[in-house]
Design a protein around this ligand. Structure first.
Ligand SMILES: *[C@@H]1O[C@H](CO)[C@@H](O)[C@H](O)[C@H]1NC(C)=O
Length: 398
């Protein structure tokens, strides 16, 4: 008797669904498994191959002039641009730029990038954390140069003199300051790694804050990343044209020679509803979608693009947020440390993936999104809204 006689149509259907489920799951979990086995990327070897002949071997840490003490530094004096050593390093050695670098994931990235002997441009808010970060990085990695740019990335007011055309400001003061601090590096083609990581959290009902507050948050989280990427990609393109850099290898195959790296810190919220931080999901979705499309375009320039979607991470992001049920739950059961997230980022860059989740919560929800309909999930939240602790909290606030 044939096997089919034993299997009824409903059974067949169930097997079929199960099969699809497993297949879909594998397409999600297998690449993740592969990525988790990889070592941290050697950034110098990958992105500075064409400068290699001019790169000194990774220097032994040595003591350098370091007259700064915590608390005594005005942020404007943080970078030692006129150091002789700095000028030489600017022309010949690898540099990385990190926004939101004074704490959390940004600071962890800074430490791990510095550990690879790469100099740093740190961009962060003008508060006590930045000089502290600079101090501790210099102490830990004496051979690494650190420039700091203390700016407010949520302030889109134009740099004086750049809005003569009457157009909306495309060049805010903070970008002018960043451009100024990196001008020589971009000219020499030594700044090739950029981590767009800055972000801060506002929680409330959408109407409970002014539109201006929301738009500042959007500027810092999204628009700033777009402006910075545009600036860098343009400068990289100029450098490549000027120096005759080509992605074509000796064998004639195009654009396999890595030149630079753009990393964006998004969040698992980009594909999940995020009520009480309505702009959060929207902003992260914009960032993730932007990065994924950009990755295709900049291939010929040898630029790797990676957007990461971390789960709840123990940073000071949530310090000012009320102790919400969901945050406490995530903190207790799924929180990753910034160091773990940074390590995963450095493992994933240049591996042929453009987007990756980090941490148990992100893996699970993304996998769910792989096999379930998220739109349906959102609709299902509506009838239950009154049972959400945060809904009650913000509704009380009026
Ligand atoms: C900005 O980014 C932070 C960090 O990922 C996030 O917590 C916050 O909700 C984001 N806000 C917006 C409007 O995107």
């Amino acid at each position: 008797m044939s096997l089919l006689n034993h299997i009824s149509l409903p059974h067949l259907l169930i097997y079929f669904i199960l099969f699809c489920f497993i297949l879909l799951s594998l397409t999600y979990w297998l690449p993740l498994l592969y990525l988790s086995c990889l070592p941290v990327q050697d950034l110098r070897a990958r992105y500075y191959a064409d400068l290699r002949h001019s790169l000194p071997p990774q220097r032994r840490p040595r003591r350098r002039r370091n007259s700064l003490s915590p608390g005594s530094i005005s942020p404007n004096r943080l970078h030692d641009a006129h150091d002789v050593h700095d000028a030489q390093a600017a022309a010949t050695e690898p540099w990385a730029l990190i926004t939101g670098a004074s704490s959390g994931i940004g600071l962890a990235l800074a430490r791990q990038v510095a550990a690879q002997g790469i100099h740093l441009v740190l961009v962060a808010r003008d508060d006590a954390l930045l000089p502290e970060a600079v101090q501790s990085l210099r102490a830990q990695h004496p051979a690494v140069l650190v420039r700091a740019v203390a700016v407010d990335l949520s302030d889109s007011r134009p740099a004086p003199g750049t809005d003569r055309t009457g157009h909306p400001p495309a060049y805010p003061e903070y970008l002018r300051r960043i451009a100024e601090a990196t001008d020589d590096l971009l000219h020499h083609g030594t700044l090739r790694l950029a981590f767009s990581n800055a972000g801060y959290l506002l929680m409330s009902f959408f109407r409970q804050r002014t539109l201006a507050e929301h738009l500042r948050n959007w500027e810092c989280n999204v628009t700033c990343a777009l402006r910075l990427s545009h600036h860098l990609i343009t400068k990289w393109h100029e450098y490549q044209k000027r120096t005759g850099w080509t992605g074509t290898t000796a064998s004639g195959r195009p654009a396999v020679r890595p030149f630079g790296l753009l990393v964006f810190t998004s969040s698992a919220s980009w594909f999940l509803p995020s009520p009480f931080a309505a702009l959060y999901g929207a902003a992260k979705a914009a960032l993730s979608a932007f990065a994924q499309s950009l990755a295709v375009e900049v291939r010929d320039q040898g630029i790797d693009v990676l957007v990461v979607q971390p789960s709840y991470t123990r940073t000071n992001l949530y310090q000012e947020a009320p102790k919400l049920a969901i945050l406490e739950f995530l903190d207790r059961y799924t929180a990753a440390t910034p160091e773990q997230v940074a390590r995963t980022i450095l493992r994933s860059v240049g591996r042929g993936v453009v987007s990756r989740e980090i941490g148990g919560y992100a893996y699970l929800t993304r996998w769910l999104g792989h096999v379930l309909d998220i739109g349906g999930l959102c609709a299902a939240m509506i009838p239950f809204r009154h049972h959400m602790a945060e809904y009650r909290l913000y509704a009380q606030a009026g």
